[in-house]
Design a protein. Structure first.
Length: 132
């Protein structure tokens, strides 16, 4: 008898969530979808305004545009899968999909923290050493 006889392979995670309350799932789906669309529209507007207006080509708006882009990527890495699981009958995510989503989420979150630190240092330099 070899050790391979009792081997199983994990294909997907089953997400239970609010499965016992389908009406709550629909309310949450609409609520999250509205705020996701608002996030997409707001961040896209910030990016387009900071790129198109020449008066906004300053370091603060450069960082703000990059922060908006990171926020777009950050929410887009999580929310579509959440909406898919709230709307559809199949409430699973593959192991590799979960791993990729976690990796992208962590990388974008770390990048956002670094960008916020650089933005705070930029403001510190602008206030404390304005002529340098």
């Amino acid at each position: 008898m070899t050790g391979r006889d009792n081997e199983s392979c994990l294909q997907a995670f089953i997400l239970v969530g609010f499965s016992d309350r389908p009406r709550l799932e629909m309310v949450l789906f609409v609520f999250i979808l509205v705020f996701y669309i608002l996030t997409l529209v707001g961040n896209t507007a910030i990016i387009l305004l900071s790129v198109s207006d020449a008066r906004l080509h300053t370091p603060m708006y450069f960082f703000l545009g990059n922060l908006s882009f990171l926020d777009l990527c950050f929410t887009t890495s999580i929310v579509p899968q959440l909406l898919w699981n709230l709307w559809g009958p199949d409430k699973t995510i593959t192991y590799h999909g979960c791993e990729a989503q976690l990796y992208v989420y962590m990388v974008l979150g770390s990048t956002e923290c670094v960008l916020l630190a650089v933005m705070s240092y930029d403001r510190y330099v602008a206030v404390c050493r304005p002529l340098h």
